[in-house]
Design a protein around this ligand. Structure first.
Ligand code: PMP
Length: 368
């Protein structure tokens, strides 16, 4: 029997635009070069793959709900107290838990204009209101963020480096941001791309998360560690923030294969170094080559570039995207980020990068 009565989500839920991931398919019959989701072009560490396989026979058992081995391995790799670490199914889950724990109806949380799309989703899902702080040159602007703070601001989400812009706020500025925030406001330093920042001043972000009462840094195994498919992220911060997240997270939110592979991956420093070096080689090369085609690239410190297209018909981002897809090169459209005339392209394998550059050159040159 049907009636017109049915459950309705609570206010705000239907205002959320679901996250649409980067595409993973090219035109039929052409080789796919997937540069749409900032994944590593390297395979995962062989040690991580072996560890993943090694748990196959014990999958009847629940994993360790506290992910103690993984937290210990992360702690050892970064010199951190494992008690101040919480792991999750991707850093997406940690971001969502932060919103759930600290934001409620009537509360506000701040992110920047082109901040990561999970922030407004997590804020709204918690019943809160996202407040957008303007950027300067596609980079977080500390004064704009501080000007957006009200007595209702519970959380500030700062992606550093930011996705999809690739821009970076130097640590002095992060410190200035923190100093200007009320002590009751949680500062989230989302450092998903931290390992690509060769200046390594993100380590100072770790220090801030270790010493301040209102800071948490989030990290992921999806990028440099090449384990996006396994969903492993973590947060490190003030003990009472970690405690709050532990109270509300799912009891077994990190799977046994994820724990095993994560421990091995973070221990394989050579592999991480290889991925960082590959990126360091290609990032400036790609940037220069794309600029050489007459396109504008926002300076990036991450494993992707933001490419801006001219306004003229036939040369816009949407046209470039269709052209690249026809050649197997799949990049990220950015309408959802308010950047309809830009594309985000991940630093891929040598072959994928060459294919992308050849595609862009053909597009800009008008040849096929
Ligand atoms: N933060 C930022 C800035 C990201 O770009 C991403 C991945 N798109 C994430 C967090 C989430 O990554 P994951 O859930 O795979 O750890």
């Amino acid at each position: 029997m049907t009636t017109d009565r049915r459950p309705t989500p609570r206010p705000g839920v239907l205002d959320i635009a679901a996250y649409v991931p980067g595409r993973s398919k090219a035109a039929p019959g052409v080789k796919l070069h997937k540069l749409s989701s900032n994944e590593t072009p390297l395979r995962p560490s062989p040690a991580a793959v072996a560890a993943y396989r090694s748990v196959a026979e014990t999958l009847a058992l629940y994993p360790d709900g506290s992910a103690a081995d993984l937290r210990a391995a992360i702690g050892a790799a970064h010199g951190l107290n494992p008690d101040r670490i919480v792991c999750g199914a991707g850093s997406d889950e940690i971001l969502t838990l932060i919103a759930q724990a600290f934001i409620g109806p009537g509360d506000e949380a701040i992110h920047t204009t082109h901040g990561f799309l999970v922030y407004p989703i997590a804020i709204k899902a918690a019943g809160g209101t996202p407040v957008v702080a303007a950027e300067t040159d596609y980079t977080a602007d500390v004064d704009a963020i501080l000007a957006a703070v009200t007595e209702r601001t519970r959380v500030v989400f700062l992606a550093n480096p930011n996705n999809p812009t690739g821009t970076y706020l130097p640590f002095d500025e992060v410190r200035r941001l923190h100093a200007g925030l009320p002590p009751e406001t949680v500062l989230v330093i989302d450092a998903a791309y931290a390992e690509y920042v060769r200046r390594n001043d993100y380590e100072s972000g770790i220090e801030l998360a270790g010493n301040a009462d209102n800071v948490i840094m989030t990290r992921t195994f999806s990028k440099i560690h090449g384990l996006a498919g396994l969903r492993i992220g973590w947060g490190y911060g003030a003990a009472h923030i970690i405690d709050a997240l532990n109270r509300i997270r799912g009891p077994f939110n990190v799977s046994a294969p994820a724990i095993a592979a994560g421990v091995a991956a973070i221990g394989d420093r050579g592999h991480t170094e290889k991925a960082a070096t590959h990126n360091e080689t290609w990032l400036p090369k790609l940037t220069a080559a794309i600029e050489g085609l007459g396109l504008t690239v926002t300076p990036s410190v991450a494993n992707f570039v933001l490419i801006h297209f001219p306004e003229e018909a036939g040369r816009r981002a949407v046209d470039a995207d269709a052209f690249l897809v026809s050649r197997g090169v799949v990049v990220r459209r950015l309408e959802a980020y308010g950047l309809p005339n830009a594309l985000r392209m991940t630093v891929g394998s040598d072959e994928a990068n060459e294919a992308a550059l050849a595609g862009l050159a053909a597009f800009m040159g008008g040849t096929t």
